[in-house]
Design a protein around this ligand. Sequence first.
Ligand SMILES: [Zn+2]
Length: 364
Amino acid sequence: MKKRATYYAFSGANTALTKVTTPIPTLHDGEILVNISYTTLCGSDLHTYCGLRNEPCPTILGHEIVGTIAEISAKHSGLDVQGNKLQVGDLITWTVFASDPNSANYQPDTPQKNDRLYKYGHRKITEQDELHGGLATHIILRPHTCIRLLPKTISLRVAATINCAVATSAGAIRLAGTIAGKNVHVAGIGLLGLVTIAMCKELGASNIIASDVNPARLEMAKHFGASHTIDLSERENCALLEASPIDRFIDMSGSPDAMELGIETLGLHGRAILVGAVFHQRPTKIDAEQVIRKMLCIKGLHNYNYTDFSFAVDFIINNWQKYPFESLVEREFPLDEVNAAIDYALTHKPIRAGLYMDSSTAKR
Ligand SMILES: [Zn+2]
């Protein structure tokens, strides 16, 4: 008898996910079947659940995933991106997308913007195309997915966040340019903000200023390397930003108020990297004269490229115990309690809620 997989389907905003079991199909050339070990609920999963983002339905949400190899198809190279041999049972992480380099608009620096993109956790379930999201026991990795082998000792709850939040933070750091010796301001202290702060700390930033409207989040930022914190709910608290020139501003908040303040307080040759504003809101106002006179550079980032992904994997392998990353998954649930996990995440707004696929992977 064919082995079966279980997933939870999302069919529309604010509607409980429904359990589906399905036979695991025979792999096509270049595919890898993964037993999912752990998935964390990303903010964008919750936005989709609430109807703030639209995805083709029904779909399998969840794209921050880690798992072990169950089967490798014959025509797969059998290697990860670094040339390490992949074997059944190996723990792996992978890019949130599979990007076909043969498509006409493929750009090596931005593979995530390819027309022919297969994005995990964002696809419609069809008879020919399922097992592509994280709220499931299994996922099939398609050809052109960038894979990295992970040490078996790594925390699964931390490793799950590599392929969305950590890799996106790595992209922001790349675009920001030199961090060593710079004054950096990071706005929006969710997982992206905390990871970015820890990366800036490791890269030798002079001062790292964390800003948010939530004092508890600002307290967390100190444990990830922030040297100063600013509660943005009180304008007078922002004097610190005016006191010394800010060289790098990285926005993970998506708040027009925070972005305006961050860009306004950049010094000469300052760089602003905008990452958080991936939902509809009022336009952000920018003073062009100041951009010109201070010769500012303002860049946007959506997702990440292969360089960012590898930087993220190395960063987590080297630092997951140095900063309290594990504590950021504030509560975890078995897969069969996914609806309770979503309710918890929406009500309590933890940095992350986690889902484990079998009890042996819980608390690891
Ligand atoms: Zn995400």
